[in-house]
Design a protein around this ligand. Structure first.
Ligand SMILES: Cc1cc2nc3c(=O)[nH]c(=O)nc-3n(C[C@H](O)[C@H](O)[C@H](O)COP(=O)(O)OP(=O)(O)OC[C@H]3O[C@@H](n4cnc5c(N)ncnc54)[C@H](O)[C@@H]3O)c2cc1C
Length: 296
């Protein structure tokens, strides 16, 4: 379908991009990779008068890794995450999740900032941001602010972003080499959005018991969800078969999915339990590194 008419601007400064958005008072939209926005325009789900392209704004494509953590510029694409060998050890969970995002061609254009701003409840990286307690740094006419991922997503395709606000960075806390992690997703076809997915990580005390467990579920509601009831099952316990079985049951009990055209609520509830179970089983054998086997 043809897109609705729009004006187009391609600023070379962040301040210029903010001013362009502010001048239209909600009737302008940023375009990053365009992989969600262009279909939205084609389906007339959005019809802004102006598109503000971020591709020439400097400093939005950086990937900084230090002992303080990882800073991803909002225009970092999925293929950039996959190409950066440092992230294999600096954030294996992020890399594992990105391998499930869409297909090669789409990963060459789509950006992490676009995905976070678009806030699809079945998208992998909003779930990773939530589970890893990411900070989302923005700039708008009211100035700069840093928003915790837990406060950022407020509903399907809804965030706390103001119309003149631009995501500039996604900041992930540092990832210790010994951390155990797992990411499991079920989708109808490889590269589809998740029907359900689970992201799991925990540290271990000297005796090997789990501590600091974080469990997130994706694709099971109107936004990604942390599962504190599952984390409570894991903390202070060996991650053995009995603990994993309890965690699986706790995960199914903790979510309240709706029946939709893809699956019934009961199916999704069972599926998220299975994803948590599989993620925990793979976490027991995880290393700090991930291979690229299986990426499409
Ligand atoms: C066929 C297909 C399959 C896909 N499968 C998956 C999948 O399995 N998993 C998944 O997670 N995603 C999937 N996607 C989505 C894709 O991976 C991108 O995450 C998504 O398109 C958004 O990134 P983008 O850079 O293209 O953003 P755009 O489409 O350019 O923008 C999306 C929205 O974000 C806003 N925006 C963009 N950048 C910023 C910014 N810096 N600050 C504030 N707002 C901003 C835009 O105004 C717009 O509202 C798929 C897309 C397609 C077309």
């Amino acid at each position: 379908m043809k897109l609705p008419p729009f004006e187009y601007a391609c600023p070379t400064k962040l301040s210029e991009a903010v001013a362009l958005l502010a001048a239209r008072n909600g009737d302008a939209k940023l375009i990053a990779g365009g992989q969600s926005l262009v279909p939205m325009l084609a389906f007339r789900l959005a019809a802004p008068a102006l598109l503000v392209d971020l591709r020439k704004v400097p400093d939005l494509r950086k990937i900084d890794i230090s002992t303080n953590g990882i800073v991803l510029g909002s225009m970092v694409r999925w293929c950039d995450v996959q190409a950066d060998a440092r992230l294999r050890t600096a954030h294996p969970l992020l890399r594992a999740a990105v391998a499930h995002v869409a297909h090669y061609q789409i990963r060459n254009r789509s950006t992490i900032g676009g995905s976070i701003a678009h806030a699809d409840p079945a998208a992998e990286i909003p779930g990773i941001a939530l589970t890893c307690e990411a900070d989302i740094a923005t700039v708008g006419t009211a100035g700069a602010r840093v928003i915790k991922a837990a406060d950022f997503f407020i509903g399907p395709l809804m965030t706390v972003l103001e119309p003149d606000e631009i995501i500039v960075e996604i900041r992930l806390p540092a990832w210790p080499a010994q951390r155990r992690w797992g990411f499991q997703e079920f989708a109808r076809r490889r590269g589809d959005f998740a029907m359900a997915a689970a992201a799991v990580w925990y540290d271990q005390d000297d005796g090997g018991k789990a501590r600091n467990a974080h469990v997130g579920a994706i694709g099971i509601g109107d936004r990604p969800q942390r599962l504190p009831a599952v984390e409570a099952v894991l903390n202070g316990r060996m991650i053995d078969e009995a603990t994993i079985a309890q965690a699986e049951a706790a995960a199914s009990a903790a979510v309240d999915p709706q029946t939709d055209i893809h699956a019934s609520a009961d199916y999704r509830r069972a599926l998220v339990g299975t994803m948590v179970e599989r993620a925990l089983k793979s976490a027991r054998h995880s290393t700090s590194e991930i291979s690229d086997v299986g990426e499409s």
